[in-house]
Structure formats: C-alpha cells, structure tokens
Design a protein around this ligand. Sequence first.
Ligand code: PLP
Length: 417
Amino acid sequence: MNEAFPGFGRSLLNHFCMENSYINLNNGAYGTIPRVVLAEKLRLLKLAESNPDRYIRCEMSDRYTESLKLVSNVVNCDWDDLTFCHNTTAGVNAIVRSITAPEFTSNQKKRKILYFSTIYGAVENTLLFYAKLNNFDLIKVNLFSTFDSEGKVEFDNEKIARALKDRLEKEKGHIFLCVFDWISSVPGFLFPIKSLVHVAHSFDSLVLIDAAHSIGQIKVDLNDLNPDFLVTNLHKWMHCPRGSALLYARKELKNSIYPNVISFGFSKKDKTFQDQFGYVGTEDQINYFCTSKAIEFRNWLGGEEKIINYTHNLAIQGGKLLAKKFTTYYFGADDQIASMVNVKLPKCNKTINDVYMAGFLKFMLHKHRVCFTPFKLNEEWFIRLSAQVFNCLNDFEIVGDLILKEINSLENGESKL
Ligand SMILES: Cc1ncc(COP(=O)(O)O)c(C=O)c1O
C-alpha cells in the first residue's frame, strides 16, 4: 500500500467497505474486509473468469499452497499441517466426523467427549450429531454458573483448569476428546488454553480447539500450543473475506482427517492432507487466496503485535468506560480478555425478555446504526463488544449513551420498543 498508515481508529474507516456512519462494535460476529481485500477478491474473480481452464487447471493448486505457506508464518507451524476450509463450523464437522468414525477409533472404553458449557451452539450440535451416530457420550462441564459475593460472575483460570482436571480424574481412561474454545463466543472469554491442553493431554485425551476468534485477535503459536486439532476463522479477525478458515491437524493425525465432502483427493496415490481438502469439487477458493492481501494490509497497519495490542487495550478501556456509565462491571482479568469485552447491562426494574432484546438490537442497528452482541448469562443481560482496528474509545462512549438512554426509557415506561 502506497499511502501512509493514518493510525488506528476512525481514520481507518475509509479503508474498509462499511458505511461511514456505522459504529461496528460487533466485529467478532462476522468480521469485515478492507477495500484492498475486496479489490483483490474481484481481481481474482475476473482472472478466473477470463480463462476458467487456465485458472482451475494450472493456477489454483499453486495459489492454495502459496497461501497456506504465507499464513503458516502467522500461526507458526509447518504449512503442510494446515488446510483451508470454509469456516469453523465446517472444519469442526470434518474433524469430529473423521475421528469419531469407527476406522479411527475402535477403543470401546474411551467413548466420551468433554466440553465446557460455553461451547458455540453449532459446535455442540456437531458433537451431538456424531456422538449419536458413532456411539459416544458427551460430558458438559458447567462454567460461569455462579456469582461471587459482589454479584459478579465468578471466573478464575485456576478454577477452570481445576474443573477440567477434576472431571478428567473422575472419568479417567474414558475421555476420547476434549473440545475447548480458545476464545468463547458469549461471553467473549479468553481461556487459559495452554494449561487446558496440557491437562487434557496428561489424561491421554485428544484436544480439538475451536479457535474461531483466535487468528488476528491473539497471538497464535501452534508449535508452542501443541493441540491435536484446531480451526480458526480467517474472516473474523484476520480481514479475509467471509467463508475462509484454517484447519490444523497434528502431523501424525492429519492423514486421518477427511473433508465433509469427499472428492478426487480421496483416491489419489500418495495423497496429502492438502489433496483431500484442496480440491472439493469445483469449489470457489478465491476467499482463501485473498490471505496474502489481508496479511499485506495487516503489515501496513504495523503487524500482528501492534494490532493485537491496540484492540486488546481498547477492549479493556471500553469495558471500563461502559461499566462506569452503567454502574455495573465488565468481567475478566486483563489476561482473560482478548479484544472482546463483556459488560453487564444497567439495572432495570422492568423485565427484559428475549423479545424486547431482539427489538432493542434491531432498533440500535436500524435507527442508530450501531451493533454489539447481547447475551444472557444466569438470567442476567450482558453485551459483548468487539474492539477492531477501526474502532476508538468514542465508539464505546456513543454506544453506551444510546443503551443507557433506551434502558432508562424502558424503566420510565417511555420505551417505544
Ligand atoms: C466460538 C465460535 N465457534 C465457532 C463459530 C462458528 O464460526 P462460523 O460461523 O464461521 O463457522 C463461532 C462464530 O461466531 C464462534 O464464535
């Protein structure tokens, strides 16, 4: 990029495709791309259409490999332990489908899969489906289900690791797989993932990490983390187009992982992990090939460390600001917050039900052009706010005032929702 980097916050908005008046504190949900990445996607699309045979027969495979090589530097692992897939849901499906299949495991003693109650809905459904199909039992360990003496949701990294250890001890010898979020969806909570992987491995369980929110939001070092499987969305925090994710599998296990759609790779002689996933029918892989432009853009911003520091600090400052405004709290210590912060909504003497909250969100989106994610935990309402490179503290200020105004009118019986 030729232009000088203008600094984080509002001045970056012009480099993204979003409406200028939109305050997006909800990047964690869907991500959004910079203009240069959109331009790259269109360029590749035109290139493909200018000569589909040349593009598909002669170029796609090289682009696939090159893109994996580039992104392997961001997550620090051998490039050939990675493949692309459409999203975390698809990647988790492929892994769970493969490893619960009878040809992967015939051990009749180890038939349990453990996960925390913060699991993402679609991932839990995947486990429910394959557990039923392949005769596994599921164990759900409850987290964040109590409040401390000050009314705050209790959370503590040691307690989380202990809850895991206690359950693994109880189920000793029976746990086949542990599925952990690195950063859960709601609450947006950064788990002590390294210690969880360590505990699970010490009980001889496989580990699958749902890292949907990880790449681009926190430092990902796969060689150091050493999971068995991991899937991370490139489209959430890494500025790639929606519909691109990375799937990692440990070297010794990767040849047992098959895509959800079986294609030509299956019968190829001396097939590789990339052969299986890299040619799934005539699928469009342009989103994957935008990775290099997204990395270039992020380097222009100053690189991973600088970006992550900015968004992390902004999330904490934003959390503090809103907690003060709402006279409530945000939860988590600094090392339990990545770039998404969860703040308890202001106290209100009127009941806030799901229908009101759905209307509230639509009102904020359509009337005020702002967005965040509301969620309920133990019957209390919270909001999750994402801090992305184009956000600034003033975004939190504006959104906080809008929320406060609406909750006050609800309390006074003046709400039109
Ligand atoms: C923790 C977590 N896992 C998985 C997913 C699924 O991601 P996708 O919809 O891109 O498959 C999400 C999406 O928000 C998520 O938050």
